[in-house]
Design a protein around this ligand. Structure first.
Ligand code: SF4
Length: 254
């Protein structure tokens, strides 16, 4: 793969673009370097869209109005995803069942909490060391005088996406809020697992700067291959021309 143009090298860092790059560098290359637009939506994008609405609706409810029945109703209302985006009807039903169970379990543990300070807010801050702006959408931030907790809910558990989010959240917090979160919680609705990261201090900030600089400068200009989020391959619009045969075989076997 010849990558002779790097659109990230001097551009502002946007969290959703970096997540896309981490999920599949080849797909990112086709879309953002070659400019090949695909109109087809992926089921994961649509599930994330529905999940975002569900999170927003649940956290916007008064604490006393939250219940399993209300959450179930919200999921039912917000789930407007065309079945044809999925591999099959069975796949559609499987994903819907996973998402419903995971969200019900997850939010049942959160019933008693006060509304978060930030709910789907976009912020930008200048990063001197990278000579660029870092822009992030914060789904949920719980804030108190002593500390704050950043929460993110993802569809699938992709370790590369989790790593890049961790570094962006740490660096952003340091620059924009002049403090680090006590916890970053990343919950995956498909696995039902929560990854908890507890930043400690200067070393985390240095690592975040190094990681983001390397990602921004080097990743889009090097040959690399996808290793996570394999399910995405089966319904990828670039599947036919993608040369990562082994990855696609693994995905088909899932
Ligand atoms: S088929 Fe898989 S590896 Fe190939 S571009 Fe699509 S998502 Fe990426």
């Amino acid at each position: 793969m010849e990558l002779n143009n790097n659109p990230l090298a001097s551009a502002p860092i946007k969290d959703y673009e970096f997540e896309e790059l981490m999920r599949c560098p080849f797909k990112y290359y086709k879309r953002h370097v070659k400019g090949e637009k695909s109109n087809s939506l992926h089921w994961r994008q649509m599930v994330q869209y529905a999940v975002n609405h569900v999170i927003n609706d649940i956290y916007s409810l008064p604490v006393e109005a939250r219940s399993q029945a209300r959450i179930y109703e919200i999921i039912h209302t917000r789930w407007k995803i065309n079945m044809r985006l999925f591999e099959s009807k069975a796949h559609y039903n499987q994903i819907l069942a996973h998402v419903t169970t995971a969200l019900l379990d997850h939010f049942s543990a959160d019933f008693a909490k006060e509304p978060p300070l930030f709910l789907f807010e976009t912020f930008s801050t200048w990063i001197e060391e990278l000579q660029t702006e870092l822009s992030m959408i914060f789904q949920v931030v719980e804030w108190s005088e002593q500390t704050f907790v950043i929460k993110k809910i993802l569809v699938d558990e992709d370790s590369d996406v989790i790593t890049v989010f961790k570094h962006m959240a740490i660096l952003f917090s340091h620059k924009a809020f002049a403090r680090l979160p006590s916890r970053i919680e990343i919950f995956s609705v498909l696995s039902g697992k929560t990854t908890i990261i507890e930043p400690k201090g200067t070393e985390d900030i240095t690592q975040a700067i190094d990681y983001l600089w390397l990602t921004q400068q080097l990743l889009p200009t090097n040959p690399y291959r996808k290793t996570n989020s394999l399910l995405e391959c089966n319904t990828c619009p670039f599947n036919a021309e993608c040369h990562f045969t082994e990855v696609k075989q693994l995905a088909r076997a899932l």
